[in-house]
Design a protein around this ligand. Structure first.
Ligand code: URA
Length: 214
């Protein structure tokens, strides 16, 4: 990755970062995407300032629906994610009275064709955007769902994160640039694997307890 590009992204305000993602041509996913997917959350107080949120949810990459709508987690997996979050009092648009607000993003801002796994170079090119989103949002907690989010956020601090199964990584609180990180299963996986839902529930409770203890 070009250091100059990463440094430029690291200095962007919220509005500039959004424009930069919308116009990004750093990898070949720009040829096949219909829309970039920056992320979604409550309305920002001003255009150049990020919204105020307690939670940041980090997923993998846009799928078909997300690519069409330009919004993360709007398909089946997204409905499950929203329901799980709502059950612990967290909402994506701040639409629920008294709920904690969440911002929802993916590691990749563009859809890989046919929903294939993100490639290493695509993750590397896109990571500066996620890093800047986190620096500007300053969430109280990050919930990393699925192995691509977990690997991207913890590669610098957890030496064997690339080889450990997710089931072995979950249940602990990690840190990314000082922000607590809780690891959980990807909701698309939970849709196929009912027994893991109880564990995902425990992960949400761990995240909630971590926020309360701050
Ligand atoms: N899966 C993801 O990881 N992100 C989305 O936005 C949708 C499905």
């Amino acid at each position: 990755v070009d250091d100059g590009r990463a440094a430029a992204i690291a200095a962007m305000d919220w509005a500039t970062l959004q424009q930069s993602v919308a116009g990004c041509v750093a990898c070949k996913l720009c040829d096949t995407r219909k829309n970039t997917v920056f992320g979604v959350g409550p309305a920002a107080p001003q255009a150049d300032a990020p919204p105020r949120v307690d939670w940041l949810i980090v997923g993998e990459a846009p799928g078909e629906q997300e690519d069409l709508r330009g919004e993360p987690f709007v398909g089946q997996a997204g409905k499950l994610l929203d329901n799980m979050l709502r059950a612990v009092g967290v909402s994506r648009h701040g639409e629920v009275q008294g709920a904690q607000a969440a911002f929802i993003v993916n590691v990749l801002k563009c859809r890989p064709p046919g929903n294939r796994n993100p490639a290493l170079d695509e993750v590397a090119q896109c990571e500066p955007f996620l890093k800047r989103q986190i620096a500007l949002l300053q969430p109280k907690i990050i919930l990393a769902v699925g192995r691509f989010a977990v690997q991207s956020l913890l590669a610098g601090s957890v030496p064997d994160v690339q080889t450990q199964p997710l089931g072995r990584l979950r249940g602990k609180v990690y840190r990314y640039e000082g922000v607590p990180v809780v690891v959980s299963y990807h909701p698309a996986y939970l849709l196929r694997s009912l027994p893991e839902k109880a564990k995902a529930w425990a992960d949400l409770c761990l995240a909630m307890e971590t926020i309360k203890s701050l």
